[in-house]
Design a protein around this ligand. Structure first.
Ligand code: SF4
Length: 219
């Protein structure tokens, strides 16, 4: 059978339902930009919504944006984002093929002089923001969710999580999704010495490799 040649400047064909989902996701992100479902919007610069393609192989979910993400309006662009990028590259996964987001979309912090120090969101704030994560999950429909850190893992699985026991294993949640937990890249940066950081990073890459294997096997 002869296939019609694609003109050089022709747009690649994207299935209509993917385009519709992408349009819906943009709409949801625009709505989230005005969210006041919990008090965290008051002290943050802006909502940091997720980014990445519909149908991503893997959705990476962190806890919340940090100082640089809050200023840039994009997830994982600060120091932890650089560790994540290095981990993904070492695991053979292009970040552009993943959807990257956070369980909480506003930066919770306290001011100490000129510095803005990260504060963990409380349970109510995380639950309020689940509204947006559920919409991202429903529209992106990743093959596997990777929870970065215990807070993201607890929020996704909706139960207490001990990372040392949970990491690297796959858990079903919300009917048809599956999640695997690993450490948050910022935890690697906080390790006390270079040897510990190297060891933790190697394990982080192992978890990401396992996530890629599982996501591809579940296609
Ligand atoms: S943290 Fe989430 S729920 Fe709270 S105001 Fe921001 S977007 Fe809304």
């Amino acid at each position: 059978m002869i296939k019609a040649a694609q003109a050089p400047d022709e747009e690649p064909r994207v299935p209509v339902d993917l385009r519709q989902a992408a349009a819906q996701l943009r709409k949801v992100a625009a709505e989230a930009a005005h969210c006041e479902r919990c008090p965290l919007y008051r002290d943050a610069t802006q909502t940091v919504f997720g980014e990445g393609p519909i149908g991503a192989l893997i959705m990476l979910v962190g806890e919340q944006p940090g100082d640089q993400e809050d200023r840039a309006g994009r997830p994982f662009v600060g120091p932890a984002g650089r560790v994540l990028d290095e981990g993904l590259a070492a695991a053979g996964l292009d970040r552009a093929a993943t959807y990257v987001t956070n369980a909480v979309k506003h930066f919770k912090h306290e001011e100490r002089g000129k510095r803005r120090l990260h504060k963990h969101p409380d349970r109510g704030e995380v639950q309020a923001c689940r509204w947006w994560l559920d919409r991202e999950l429903a529209l992106v429909r990743p093959k596997l969710v990777v929870a970065l850190g215990a807070i993201a893992a607890r929020e996704i699985l909706q139960r207490p999580v001990v990372l040392a026991k949970t990491r690297g294993k796959v858990f079903p949640f919300a009917d048809r999704h599956r999640a695997l937990a690993t450490m948050h890249p910022s935890a690697i940066l906080r390790m006390r010495d270079e040897a510990s950081r190297r060891q933790a990073f190697a394990r982080f890459v192992d978890d990401l490799r396992e996530a890629v294997r599982i996501a591809k096997a579940g296609k």
